[in-house]
Design a protein. Structure first.
Length: 393
């Protein structure tokens, strides 16, 4: 009886939702740690290699808004099922790929999984927890992206060293399959499917969401954040290896360490945002820090990289939390919470698509990595402007 009670605990189910969600960033970020090997294997120049990260976001970019509408019909179980299938099939195609075209196509398929998980997990957490515990539960789930990055940046160099880069894809398939199996065996909210999926759609209220000026500004802010953040995380390991002549696995180690400092203060960041009282101020300050620190990362002394990236990791934890809190503040009708998140996700996928691609193209065209790093400064400044223009608190 005690074991059954623990298995039916919402906190145990949250752990499984987190594990299932981890499959998305784990699959997404398996490319950066092995990027030099993929460039050699498929004969990709720097400009085109950025597509291996960017195309992952194409599906999410296209499906973000439609997914906000169709989630009411799908429900969380179907959404997660499709997500797991897409990620496993995409990884399988990538593991077996013999040319760049097949690998790029596989990344598009994998991207659908990230889109659906980001859409389905928050409403599921709403079902699992009451209002008093929901904030703490959501704060735990939000770390799934940096935690997934930490796992893959830490594991990929060792897996690659032992069995080659394709083994990273097979390992991702195994993780996704196991997480999916445990999810479907044990995650069953006591309240059943959300009543919101059966709610009658109010066209007038839907229009208020779609045409909400501040919501779209938040989406643009999140686009700029993901643009600079994902571009930096994608290319920094390769830059350190090819330009700074550091060991091949050292860049992945630094990105994993950066993830630790994104994750570690997560429980305190939500409280800090509430204590500051202004989502806008947190966003403006965060993007202003990125405007300085991201470009300077290319010229910082190797001996200073660890404390530098640790500090940058802490700052990176504030921006997404503030954006999600601000977006939640804009929700007037819970039936359209999914649509609200879809607009934020549209910005997220747009940034993830454009950032690595633009960075790689600038390196290819200018033959200078440093120009690409300094390009991150005006993009960060644009994010600070979008944050300033919003009327969120």
């Amino acid at each position: 009886m005690q074991i059954r009670r623990r298995l039916s605990s919402p906190w145990f189910m949250l752990f499984l939702v987190l594990a299932a969600s981890l499959a998305a960033p784990l699959n997404q970020f398996k490319v950066p740690p092995v990027m030099p090997l993929l460039m050699d294997a498929f004969g990709l120049p720097v400009g085109r290699a950025g597509l291996l990260m960017s195309v992952f976001s194409i599906t999410g970019l296209i499906l973000a808004i439609p997914a906000g509408f169709i989630y009411q019909r799908l429900g969380y179980r179907v959404a997660f099922f499709i997500a797991f299938i897409c990620m496993m099939l995409g990884s399988l195609a990538g593991a077996l790929s013999t040319d760049a075209g097949t690998m790029l196509a596989s990344r598009v398929v994998e991207g659908m999984g990230l889109c659906l998980i980001t859409m389905a997990a928050p409403p599921l957490i709403r079902l699992l927890f009451g209002e008093k515990e929901r904030g703490r539960a959501m704060a735990i789930w939000v770390v799934y992206v940096p935690l997934g990055q930490l796992i893959i940046f830490s594991a990929a160099p060792y897996i690659t060293g032992a069995w080659g880069w394709r083994a990273v894809w097979w390992w991702a398939i195994a993780f996704t399959a196991l997480a999916g199996l445990l999810f479907f065996l044990f995650v069953r909210p006591a309240s059943g499917e959300s009543d919101l999926t059966k709610a009658i759609v109010d066209a007038k209220e839907m229009g208020r969401v779609i045409f909400n000026r501040d919501l779209w500004l938040l989406g643009l802010l999140f686009l700029t954040f993901n643009f600079v953040f994902i571009a930096f995380r994608t290319w920094m390991p390769t830059f350190l290896y090819r330009v700074k002549d550091l060991p091949a696995g050292y860049g992945s180690f630094l990105m994993a360490l950066m993830s630790v400092f994104i994750i570690a203060p997560a429980p305190l960041i939500g409280r800090a945002c509430d204590a500051i009282g202004s989502r806008k101020l947190v966003c403006i300050l965060s993007m202003s820090v990125f405007m300085v620190m991201l470009p300077l990362s290319s010229i910082i002394s190797p001996s200073m990289l660890i404390p530098w990236l640790a500090l940058l990791g802490v700052v990176c934890g504030f921006l997404p939390t503030a954006v999600f809190l601000a977006a939640t503040d804009l929700i007037r009708d819970e039936r359209f919470g999914g649509l609200t998140m879809a607009i934020i996700q549209l910005g997220q996928n747009g940034g993830m698509l454009l950032g690595p691609l633009a960075f790689g193209m600038i390196v290819s065209e200018t033959q200078s990595w440093y120009v690409a790093f300094w390009m991150l400064a005006p993009m960060s400044a644009a994010g600070a402007v979008f944050a300033f223009l919003t009327k969120v608190r």
